[in-house]
Design a protein around this ligand. Structure first.
Ligand code: ADP
Length: 702
């Protein structure tokens, strides 16, 4: 707006000035030629001295309204004629002058000599009024001013309209730029107003913002990454040492401080040789010289001295550090303290040596079976036990099964199937069997093994030891035979004693000899106890020899329970023994063996609980099976003892146990008999509170 106004102003001024100057020039020329005409017309009047004619000539000037005054002087300078005639002479110049036309105030005036030939007859004076010119000039100036005002208004209207499309997008851009610089938020974008140059400017601006934002993101990612990396380096359990190309330390993390004992301040700018032995220092140098192999990562194991002069086993990994252009700029040296690992390795070697000595001394063989590929790694002793003299590879089927005694084969295959099945396996096994060996020698072998399963639950490996127990087993067999013979031999006289006692007791009862009745009743109880013991020994011997036979029959359970309780009450009246009546239940089992189990459990309950306390024999139907239990209020069994209770000859070491007789075979027999019935014995007990022994048997529908 200002520019256009200034231009208009200048233009108008120049135009008015031009008009002014042109007008003045034209006016001067006009008056000059008018003067010449009037002067020539007046020459005759002057020559003939006729003022009337002169006044007529001057009067002709009436036609020109701008000529306000004119007069003629004769040659003597005396006023000869004047126009208008009414004008007082005082208002006219007193004398003619020799002067060209000139401007004075708002008039143009001048003198013109009146000539006839070369003779001057007088002088003409003409005065022109310039008011019309000034009026015209004023109009011109007014028009110019008006034009300027109108132009300015038009310019203002136009600029306000244009401003919207020009300055608004620029202002919006400026606002966006301000917001970004204040908040450092480069995700802001300027709004594009149109497809013109400003639109392109907004696009360019937004593109620049997008690039800045992307750069910022990359920078912040890189910062984050380097912070993470720094945190990892700092928190790493390994010493991470950065070195420059001349092997000067540039970074030293906390673990480096911990492992080597030197602080970062002490080590930064020091040569790496200060902590690493010369040999590793040389490795680093070689590494740097090996330009072609600089991507390689090298790991070494060595020993270093810490600040406190301790000798430390470390593993050192040297790897290249490169800049973004891929140029090698240094080395990263990662040192791991492997003292414990080394110590463990030494211990393992020592332990292996001890194990080797121990197995050698105990004549134990060790085996490691690959169950997937059916490969058996048997050591020399194992091979010896199986009479194998060669060192060729061995397999489960060709060697192990071939060596098994026919009578043991089925049992061992079954036991191993259970051990190798993740659902039934306890993870280990302890088996005894006979091997006939490739040297045709019969041996008793005990194998204790551990089974390893893969993530799919498949048995993949079994390791363990093997021992030749032939001599122990022979001894045991002899002992069992002896027990069996003795028990068998004792049973016959004991049966006679029992019948004599019963006859005598019946006689004493008839005679009402109470002393005899009492003594003979006791004798009967004791002989019954003795019979029970002999029965147990016989059962044990049979079990050991695997000669026990199970004769299953169908029978009602409740009468059996009642019989056992009655017998127990006959032997001992010191306890309240009751049957917790359950419905009629029929089972299929070896009646005598199940009775033996119950007799053992009830007699234990009597033995290990105080007189006067109660014992309950109960049965309960659970999921189509029957759970039979014997509970007492006796001394109870510790958790630790509960685990060993069913082992052969195990007796709890307890102050109160010393007065109670027994051999620790009753529960073993119970457990074994139940195994033959696909069942097992369970115990729940609390010391000082009593115990409950229970087992579950299948029932048959009645
Ligand atoms: P024995 O009774 O001849 O010693 P058992 O094999 O029958 O042998 O029992 C093994 C051990 O279990 C016993 O010595 C005893 O310590 C413990 N025991 C068995 N039954 C009970 C029970 N009802 N209460 C407490 N302890 C028991």
């Amino acid at each position: 707006m200002l520019t256009s106004t200034a231009v208009l102003l200048l233009m108008s001024s120049a135009y008015i000035l031009f008009e002014y100057l042109t007008f003045r020039e034209i006016a001067r020329k006009n008056i000059t030629s008018l003067g010449l005409i009037v002067a020539s017309n007046s020459s005759a009047a002057l020559a003939f001295d006729s003022p009337r004619d002169a006044n007529d000539v001057l009067n002709a000037l009436k036609a020109n309204k701008q000529i306000s005054i004119a007069c003629l002087y004769d040659i003597n300078g005396k006023l000869f004629a004047k126009y208008p005639q009414t004008i007082p002479s005082a208002e006219l110049p007193a004398k003619p002058k020799v002067s060209p036309y000139y401007y004075e105030g708002s008039f143009l005036q001048g003198f013109q000599p009146v000539m006839q030939g070369n003779t001057q007859l007088g002088t003409l004076y003409i005065k022109r009024n310039l008011t019309d010119f000034y009026a015209q000039m004023r109009i011109n100036v007014l028009i110019a001013l008006l034009m300027i005002v109108i132009s300015s208004i038009v310019a203002w209207i136009l600029s306000s309209i244009l401003q919207k499309s020009i300055s608004e997008p620029i202002l919006a851009l400026e606002k966006t730029a301000k917001r970004i610089s204040q908040n450092h938020d480069y995700s802001v974008r300027a709004t594009k107003a149109g497809q013109d140059e400003l639109g392109s400017l907004t696009d360019a601006f937004n593109l620049m913002l997008a690039q800045i934002e992307e750069q910022n993101r990359q920078i912040s990612n890189a910062n984050e990454e380097s912070l993470k990396l720094a945190a990892i380096v700092e928190s790493s359990g390994d010493a991470i040492i950065g070195t420059s190309l001349d092997l000067t330390i540039t970074s030293w993390n906390q673990s480096a401080e911990r492992i080597f004992g030197y602080s970062a301040e002490e080590m930064i700018a020091q040569p790496i040789s200060k902590v690493l032995p010369a040999e590793l220092n040389n490795h680093s140098k070689t590494f740097l010289n090996y330009r072609d192999k600089r991507d390689e990562v090298n790991t070494y194991q060595t020993q270093v001295h810490t600040k406190s002069k301790n000798l430390l086993d470390i593993s050192l990994t040297i790897s290249p550090v490169k800049d973004s252009a891929g140029n090698l700029i240094g080395l990263s040296q990662i040192a791991r303290d492997i003292s414990t690992q080394k110590q463990n390795e030494r211990l393992i070697t020592e332990n292996e040596e001890h194990l080797r000595l121990a197995t050698g001394a105990a004549e134990l063989g060790t085996f490691d079976m690959d169950l997937v590929n059916d490969i058996m790694n048997w050591d020399e002793r194992c091979r010896e036990i199986f009479g194998i003299t060669h060192t060729n590879p061995l397999t489960y089927h060709d060697h192990f099964l071939t060596c098994l005694h026919e009578e043991d084969k089925e049992r061992i295959i079954k036991s191993l199937e259970v051990a190798y099945n993740v659902k039934t396996s306890k993870g280990s096994y302890d088996l005894e069997y006979r091997s006939k060996g490739f040297d045709h020698k019969l041996r008793w072998v005990r194998a204790i093994g551990k089974v390893f399963f893969n993530e799919k639950g498949q048995a993949v490996r079994s390791v363990g030891i093997l021992m030749d127990i032939t001599s122990d087993k022979t001894e045991e067999i002899k002992k069992n035979d002896f027990i069996a013979i003795i028990s068998h031999e004792l049973r016959t006289p004991l049966t006679s004693i029992k019948s004599y006692v019963q006859v005598l007791l019946a006689k004493a009862k008839q005679e009402k000899d109470f002393f005899k009745i009492n003594a003979l009743t006791r004798a009967e109880v004791q002989s019954n106890k003795m019979a029970g013991m002999i029965q147990d020994f016989l059962s044990l011997a049979r079990l050991e020899e695997g000669k026990i036979s199970i004769d299953k029959e169908q029978f009602d359970l409740v009468p059996v329970l009642s019989n056992v309780v009655e017998e127990a009450l006959f032997v001992s009246s010191s306890h309240t023994i009751s049957v917790n009546a359950c419905e009629d239940i029929r089972i299929e089992a070896d009646k005598d063996k199940i009775s033996q189990v119950l007799i053992n459990l009830v007699s234990n309950a009597v033995k290990y609980s105080p007189p006067g306390s109660s014992i309950i024999v109960a049965c309960q139907k659970v999921d189509g099976k029957v759970k039979i239990s014997v509970s007492d209020e006796g001394i109870g069994i510790s958790v630790n003892d509960q685990k060993k209770l069913f082992n052969r000859f195990y007796r709890v070491e307890h102050e109160k146990m010393k007065t109670v007789s027994g051999f620790g075979i009753g529960l073993y027999i119970v457990a074994e008999i139940l195994k033959y019935h696909e069942s097992s014995i369970k115990v729940e007990s609390e010391e000082g509170r009593g115990s409950t022994f229970s087992f579950v048997l299948d029932t048959i529908a009645t």
